[in-house]
Design a protein around this ligand. Structure first.
Ligand SMILES: Cc1cc2nc3c(=O)[nH]c(=O)nc-3n(C[C@H](O)[C@H](O)[C@H](O)COP(=O)(O)OP(=O)(O)OC[C@H]3O[C@@H](n4cnc5c(N)ncnc54)[C@H](O)[C@@H]3O)c2cc1C
Length: 446
């Protein structure tokens, strides 16, 4: 049976209440725009992505989150350390060797259920309306323009909301990117992650308590070791799926424990702790949206691009893009220009950051690459690598890349992330054949 359709209107609709969505929402609501965030889950909800990097600071500061972060129980993070397969640890890459210790250089290891709740509360405080347990299941099209969304709430009530611009902040679901066929996988970064949590396992002390450790699995992948508050530690392995599933193993617990047994450093860290018993698995997660914007639509956070998590760049990109999207949409609303072309700079800036980080990720996965060897030959590369690991990714790293290319090849930039060219140039309009399907799917079309 068809639901009755009521229609509401806002200045901005944001699909998804993760860090990208709530960052944009806070900025736009603070400017006085009428902002509606539609979030499928009831918060607090579990989410992976717990290690922040320093260049989350600017966005968190912009939306007034720094005092809340300082008042939280989140463990302070000052560094990243790498452990070789033989157990040899690198010196920690301390962020304060490059940045101000009291601000950017200190970041946090968060529990996402708590962090995302703080972000959502913050957006509400700034004036955004957030509706939880409300799933968006379609976009509304007028010609080639997105003019709103169709949503269904917990009670099963389906309704339309309209706005001159919709932000897709749906994370890995990449709602509009998937539906428009824009989702591009990364040719090489095609891994599987398996992870769990330990209570009271070993960790560093003092400023090293919150150190993220990346422990190499010879030629195959790496473990993350992320100490959190309440004595919890997040531990996971990332590797090729066929390696983790060798000899017919399908159960994440068996995959995880087999790798722990083979890694002395991780085994030692976990030896005194107790596993919570929940194992998570995810696969094939590096991807890029072909376009960042289309008429009435802007993509933000993971919905725009997501890179292999080895350098914990996901929340930084979500917050940075959320921040920039908020400013760019505000400027567009004021100027009366929300054309895709008005988001050209936004798309280029985020893409520059993703491509810089992506080069370092590719180098990392090459067995012939070693941070130590690069820094031995080019001592100044150490600082540049720390910058990239900190998320200071919007600058010229050409010198670093030319040094690294002496050891391993690096990928060319992917041709993605610009706004969609206008239909008059391509002959293809957004949603030409999709709008009717989406409304039918949502149960509101004739
Ligand atoms: C194994 C792994 C480890 C990671 N480790 C790290 C790390 O250590 N550090 C780090 O910074 N990042 C890490 N990440 C990445 C991080 O999880 C993401 O980059 C980050 O959560 C992106 O934020 P977002 O706001 O774009 O999306 P999300 O945080 O995923 O938020 C999207 C929201 O949209 C909602 N939603 C989706 N579809 C709909 C819909 N149709 N209607 C309504 N709501 C919808 C979802 O419920 C969700 O709440 C990791 C990722 C993986 C896979």
């Amino acid at each position: 049976m068809k639901s009755a359709v009521e229609s509401q209107s806002y200045d901005v609709i944001i699909i998804g209440g993760g860090p990208a969505g709530t960052c944009s929402a806070a900025i736009l609501a603070e400017y006085g725009h009428r902002v509606l965030v539609l979030e499928r889950e009831k918060f607090p909800r579990y989410h992976i992505g717990e290690s922040l990097i320093p260049f989350t600071f600017q966005a968190l500061e912009r939306i007034g989150m720094i005092p809340k972060m300082k008042g939280s129980a989140f463990v302070k993070k000052y560094s990243v350390t790498f452990v070789q397969p033989d157990g040899k640890r690198s010196q920690p890459f301390y962020f304060f060797n490059r940045y101000d210790r009291e601000t950017v250089a200190q970041t946090w290891q968060v529990l996402r259920s708590e962090f995302d709740q703080l972000m959502m509360d913050n957006a509400r405080e700034k004036g955004a309306e957030v509706r939880e347990e409300t799933a968006v299941n379609g976009t509304i099209m007028e010609g080639d323009r997105v003019v709103g969304v169709v949503a269904t709430d917990k009670a099963g009530r389906t309704y339309e909301v309209r706005a001159p611009i919709t932000l897709d902040c749906t994370g890995k679901e990449a709602f509009t990117s998937n539906r428009n066929g824009w989702r591009m996988t990364d040719p090489y970064l095609n891994k599987v992650a398996v992870w769990t949590y330990y209570k009271d396992s070993k960790r560093g002390i003092g400023i090293d308590e919150g150190d993220t450790t990346v422990a190499f699995v010879p030629d195959k992948g790496w473990f993350w070791h992320i100490p959190q508050h309440n004595g919890m530690t997040s531990v996971g392995i990332v590797a090729e799926g066929k390696y983790l599933a060798r000899e017919g193993v399908r159960d994440p617990k068996t995959m995880f424990n087999r790798e722990v047994e083979a890694n002395d450093w991780i085994k030692d860290r976990l030896s005194s702790g107790e596993c919570t018993g929940n194992y998570h698995i995810t696969s094939e997660y590096s991807r890029h949206s072909k376009y960042c914007a289309a008429p009435g639509l802007l993509l933000v956070g993971d919905a725009l691009a997501f890179l292999d998590p080895v350098f914990s760049s996901g929340v930084m990109i979500a917050l940075k893009s959320g921040h920039l999207a908020g400013e760019a949409v505000h400027a567009g609303l004021v100027a009366g220009d929300l054309s895709p072309a008005s988001f050209t700079q936004y798309g280029a800036y985020i893409r520059q950051g993703v491509e810089n980080m992506r080069k370092l990720v590719y180098a990392f996965y090459n067995p012939d690459f070693s941070f130590r060897e690069v820094i031995k030959r080019y001592p100044e590369a150490g600082g540049q690598i720390t910058d990239c690991l900190s998320g200071d990714v919007n600058k010229d790293f050409s010198e670093l890349w030319s040094h690294i290319r002496e050891f391993v090849p690096l990928p060319d930039d992917l041709p993605y992330g610009a706004p969609m060219p206008s239909a008059s140039r391509t002959g293809v309009a957004l949603g030409q054949d999709r709008a009717a399907n989406e409304l039918a799917y949502a149960g509101v079309a004739d």
